[in-house]
Write a protein that binds this ligand. Sequence first.
Ligand code: ATP
Length: 684
Amino acid sequence: MPALETDLTSEREHLAASRAALHRMRQRAEALFSTGENVAGDSYTAEMLGRTLSRRVAELADDPTTPLFFGRLTFPEVDYHIGRRHVTDDLGEPMVLDWRAPVSRSFYRASVRDPQGVATRRRFGFSAGVLTSFEDEHLDRGEELGTASRILTAEIERPRVGPMRDIVATIQPEQDELVRAELETSICVQGAPGTGKTAVGLHRAAYLLYLHRERLRRSGVLIVGPNRAFLSYIAAVLPALGEVEVAQATVEDLVTAAFVRQEFGERGRTITVRGSDTPAVAGLKHDVRMAEVLRRAVAAHIREPEESITVSDGSFRWRIGTEVLRRVVDEARRERLPYGIGRERVRARVVSLLQRQAEARRGESPNDAWLRRMGKAAPVTGFLDAAWPALTPDGLVHHLFSDPDALATAAGDLLTAAEQELLIWAKPPRTAKAAKWSAADAVLIDEAAGLIERVASFGHVVVDEAQDLSPMQCRAIARRSVHGSITLLGDLAQGTAPWAATDWRESLAHLGKPDAAVVPLTIGFRVPAAVVAFANRLLPALAVDVPPAESLRRDGALDLRTVDDLDSATVTEVRAALAYEGSVAVIAADVAVDRLAGALAGAGIATSTADDVEATERVTVVPASLVKGLEYDHVIVVEPAQIVAAEPRGLHRLYVVLTRAVSRLAVLHHDPLPDPLGPVIATR
Ligand SMILES: Nc1ncnc2c1ncn2[C@@H]1O[C@H](COP(=O)(O)OP(=O)(O)OP(=O)(O)O)[C@@H](O)[C@H]1O
């Protein structure tokens, strides 16, 4: 047998043996899981043990279609297979090393210039779970393939179907550096479309969980994405890497009731978004000045005590003078605690003053029941309600938007009279509960909640498509990462929100991480070079300063077509696309989506929607407003001018739309293409 085949045979044997070993590891975990239920003493221990073990069982799941290892490092003395998780034999000897282990780092980073002790790096090629080839780089002999690797190229150019996949086998050095940054390090990644920002963020989460498992399990890791379609697109990546316990949410989930961390003592606040704002009002509510308005509105509730209080416990009467009460309130105010906690602090101080008087009189300490009774006594509560009244977050915002005087007091020099008028409700709802809150209101209520209550902090937060966050949304995330670090991912050129960021430094300041490094990613893995060049014609019109990307892909096709009938042209184009392998998307202005889906249905072509990642239809019709972060092999963009006209930052939206194609992009238009794409610029 030729050496190559002998090698391939022995690698296949190692794969089969590793699979069998993983199977035994899982069987052992399952056996422990079922006995664990019987042996654990109390129900709490049983539940904790059960959770740990069932998580372990889930982590050890083997997916026969994903290779258990994808690489091998040969050092002069030892060699290791590198894969998605540790696999050990019955004696505990490693058969496959987790890609996150310190040794595995060399798989991604070793080069001829810096071989890190590696003699040979081997990459494996798989087809439907079967090991079919490998490629060696003898670093010790000065051989290095880099991005010329066939296996890497095949992985990058593979047709896309279904949800996003992990990239552990082919993480590139500049990506690996970000993935393996220290837990304490917050970073901001500015990357052009398809440079792997989302992939980096997800792999960083998996890496940090591996390295700081216990700490992060306690505090939690959170992934924030722009919408549900995007979250369901990325949802499978972390479980495939064995990480089954990462929270994923949109910012709206965070600030409404959808996301309450009861285990951290957070109170459930149900804000259902039922209303909407005009663009001007929404813009104002997302303005960072609102944070100071709310802070002042909360602080304005604290009043200097005017009277002394006298409390009776049935046997004696105790008095606390005005001056003393003033001091108590003043001290609590200076502690800068959340308002609601400050109120309880004041109550506790008053009770302890009463307690001291009682001790002096009786010579013994009153019991807990006495202390509780005093805390609730009418004069104490009455004093609190006057000097430090109870506040709820939605109650505060309701009050502010219903009462022009209250708003004027808080907004003072911060908002103009016209701006204040924009915020005041024409017909104030009677109660906070009856209010039809908008999405922007929910962010303000969350800000108020942060002033009133404690918010639990995550150990690490990954924020994707961060260029679209408003200052107030950044603050909502900042509250949840005060004690943790963040990975901020985005592209200023893709900012479509009215408040989209133009400078990462500002976003980072609002996020409470002003010193985080801004790191560019510039190698594109999704969009073919010809398509990148076409989309880049828009860049000068987008008024952002971002480094241009370079595509790794030399394949792909771009086709621009003027057509008479958009619907029938779309049907023809979709039919042509279906002749190729992979996914097909028709992307159009939101208002055109139903019409186009109807035309396709009329032609007998079934379509799915973007949020249905399990769909079996190969064709998806996607509104331009929902396509951010997604990708399809063959993209058909219908009437760019309509996409641009639909919103103020329409050109940015078009840039997002044009950069979704993995292989082929067809642009169908009836109206002229928007200026920057037109022939004038094209021929310059
Ligand atoms: N090192 C890599 N090896 C193979 N594929 C990669 C690599 N890095 C990224 N990709 C692939 O490139 C595509 C784009 O990646 P990703 O979605 O993370 O980019 P992005 O920068 O977040 O894009 P966008 O700005 O459009 O949101 C994905 O299919 C991803 O799997």
